[in-house]
Design a protein around this ligand. Sequence first.
Ligand code: ATP
Ligand code: LTN
Length: 331
Amino acid sequence: MQNKKMIFSGVQPTGCVTLGNYIGALKNWVKLQKEYQCIYSVVDMHSITVRQNPDELRERCRQFLALYIACGIDPKESILFFQSHVSAHAELSWILNCHTYIGELSRMTQFKDKSAKHEDNINAGLFTYPVLMASDILLYQTDLVPVGVDQKQHLELARDIAIRFNHLYGDTFTVPEGYIPPVGARVMSLQDPTSKMSKSDPNPNGYIWLLDAPEVITKKIKRAVTDSDGEIAYREGKDGINNLLSIYGAIVGKKPEEAVLEFEGQGYGILKTRVAEAVCEELRPIQEKYKEISADPSFLDSISKNGAEKAAEIAEKTLRLVQDKVGFMPR
Ligand code: ATP
Ligand code: LTN
């Protein structure tokens, strides 16, 4: 573990894990786990920035962890844990809050979007959320953070906080880099291809849930909003078609500009059928594995317990160093 570079990433347990989360993040988590020491968390503390039903949240946390493993994260190679089980995240977050400016947080577009969506609950946690995310990353001296493009701004802030802290107190944190996939970094909604596929979309036809049955996946893709010119091309203004080509490309390992060549002269119906087949084929083994894993809750408990112990060991080392740097009394 010592000489491998570190990766940290997480998904917040809200809504249903979508094809967007998979293509933008999870698929790359799997790809990177041999080469790096990877730490993947179900970031439950992030999810309560929006009001949650406690029982549903617990259930969803288990489901997300099972999905990480079903997607191919190997708990023997990577560390898997629930964020709230490692208290260092909250502790570092306080210290970093005191090193982050209100002006910086006010510029975060996700805060602006989410406060517009939840006007009745614009809580302080929603505002300081990016600082908790910076803590997640910096606690593990992370080199690389695989995320979709929507997280780029938060990642830049984590870097700025690390650089600021290192400058004030001397070398403390590794300054992390993002790993944003070349294809599929922003999968769009099937119902509104100008906005991103989101797992808390109230309209389930906008997203594909990783556990949707093949008939449901096919129906959703067949209904995907396209345009009326009838030409399969990858270019500006063809948001719906571009999205289908990107999804297809991300799955078969081609750039959308290459994938489009397979469909020259064909109709949208054929494209949709092929995309649906590719998605169903990709998700079938994941769904089978998920069924197996979720039948054994004690397996999941032992993974998360073991993961939290390993994560805490690394995180506490960084936390003690930071506490010392800012002048807290030794224990
Ligand atoms: P919510 O809609 O509840 O805010 P979300 O779908 O945006 O959720 P997150 O938990 O915020 O999901 O993101 C988890 C990971 O998935 C992040 O790395 C994020 O960048 C990535 N991701 C989310 N949506 C997409 C998307 N449409 N395309 C590509 N990557 C995505
Ligand atoms: N903010 C991220 C989820 C997240 C995360 C992280 C991602 C929380 N902590 C640390 C990477 C690294 C989001 O996708 N909304």
